[in-house]
Design a protein around this ligand. Structure first.
Ligand code: AMP
Length: 438
């Protein structure tokens, strides 16, 4: 299968050749012809499958036809859950559209409105936005959505998880009924189906990854370890090859910051990326990581959504996620596009129950091996009574005396994107307490 045979325009084929893409990924092969037909599409694809190009290429091809956007009247809207993902979609659209005269702009919170208003006033063909900030612009009338011909909902499952449903409904109500809607989601869970039923017109479905599976090119390793020496083990694992770019996941923002301080004190070049960091700090951390200025990026689950780093050889779970599905999202950062990847999890006895959930979800065995010198005092338990961390309570780490932690108030898990409605935030906190510290 070639990109030519999908019916893409020569200007796009040239850009793809320059990107070094030899052939379409399965989601691209399945989705591009459908989108070019102009019908609605419901696509199940995880990050790392090439999903961005699957909607960007036919979107650009559509926009090549017809007049350019008028002032404040974009012709296409891409909604994403996080700022990082918005920025990445924007980068990809620019790469693929480099030989076309199609303009695009990102609209997300955490930066001032003024420049965004000016850009919209000049007129852009494609707006890539997070829902909260888009609503701010709608209220200020700095943009008019009545000319939108194509709507893309990227990582729609994550947008719902983050409480953006009310915002999405408001945005959808402002769009023309006559439009093409493309919805991409890691799974077709019932809330996604409900969204599709309500807002899409007889969508065609494509699905390239069965729900909740990870790339077969990823090998999973678990190292049991006492919580008190976990970070020493992390340092040990990292120092096996200190030049290797490594993404490390931490369950909490505070934990991510502490880990970075520890790694820096040990001479490693590290940075944290999470919702309490300013947009500038996040962008800098990501670009430093991509350029190799830092070798370790410590991320929380929500902030890591949408991080697009090619072929990361290894992902380390310093903590296991409270929700097993998040393991799949984390691991989506490695083993991409056929490359080999490794997922290493440092698991304390208290996290046994979380490991059990993950094994159940993956339906595959994970190699469990002790690292010499770091053997745990209590083995992991994978039976029905396996313990799990008490939510909201930090694990005793690094031998710190109990009670010596500073009180923390870290806001809530939505901060990787922008504001969901308060009511939803509360609901989310009840449903997924773990996310409250992501
Ligand atoms: P995505 O799932 O959209 O986040 O894409 C994952 C990565 O795969 C990105 O770094 C893309 O640049 C890359 N990619 C997308 N399509 C292709 C392709 N057909 N061949 C090679 N790499 C690709």
């Amino acid at each position: 299968m070639s990109f030519e045979s999908l019916g893409l325009a020569p200007a796009l084929l040239r850009a793809l050749a320059e990107q070094g893409y030899a052939e379409p990924t399965p989601i691209q092969a399945a989705a591009i012809p459908v989108v070019l037909e102009g019908v609605d599409l419901l696509a199940a694809a995880q990050t790392g499958t090439g999903k961005t190009a699957a909607f960007s290429l036919p979107l650009l091809q559509h926009l090549m036809q017809g007049p350019p956007a008028g002032t404040r009247r974009p012709r296409a809207l891409v909604l994403t859950p996080t700022r990082e993902l918005a920025a990445q979609v924007h980068d990809n659209l620019r790469d693929y559209g480099k030989h076309l005269r199609i303009s695009s702009a990102t609209i997300f919170g955490g930066v001032s409105m003024g420049p965004q208003v000016q850009t919209l006033r000049r007129g852009v063909d494609i707006v890539i936005a997070t829902p909260g900030r888009l609503i701010d612009h709608m209220q200020q009338r700095s943009l008019d959505l009545s000319g939108v011909e194509v709507l893309v909902l990227d990582e729609a499952d994550r947008m719902l998880d983050m409480g953006f449903l009310p915002a999405l409904k408001r945005i959808l109500a402002a769009l023309p009924r006559q439009r093409q809607t493309l919805l991409f989601s890691a799974t077709f869970a019932p809330p996604i189906k409900a969204l599709a039923m309500q807002f899409m017109h007889e969508p065609r479905e494509v699905s390239v990854t069965p729900p909740n599976t990870v790339a077969t090119t990823v090998t999973h390793h678990v190292h049991p370890v006492d919580a008190a020496v976990k970070r020493d083990l992390l340092l040990h694992v990292l120092s096996q090859d200190s030049r290797r770019q490594t993404l490390v996941f931490s369950r909490t923002k505070h934990g991510a910051d502490k880990l970075v301080r520890y790694l820096e004190a040990a001479g490693m070049r590290a940075a944290a990326i999470h919702g309490n960091k300013s947009q500038n700090a996040r962008t800098r951390a990501l670009s430093d990581f991509k350029s190799g200025r830092i070798t370790v990026l410590v991320a929380t689950d929500i902030a890591a959504r949408g991080i697009d780093i090619d072929q990361l050889p290894i992902v380390i779970n310093f903590d296991l996620p409270m929700v097993a599905e998040d393991y799949v999202h984390r691991i989506g950062r490695t083993g991409r596009a056929g490359a080999d990847g490794m997922a290493v999890s440092l698991v304390s006895h208290e996290e046994s129950g979380l490991l059990r959930d993950i094994r159940k979800l993956l339906k595959q065995d994970i190699a469990i091996s002790n690292v010499p010198g770091f053997e745990p005092s209590q083995p992991l338990r994978l039976d029905a009574g396996a313990p799990r961390p008490v939510q909201g309570q930090r694990q005793p780490r690094q031998g710190r005396p109990q009670g010596s932690h500073r009180p923390h108030n870290q806001g809530h898990g939505h901060t990787g994107g922008d504001r969901p409605a308060e009511g939803n935030r509360k609901r989310q906190r009840r449903r997924r307490p773990a996310a409250s510290k992501a």
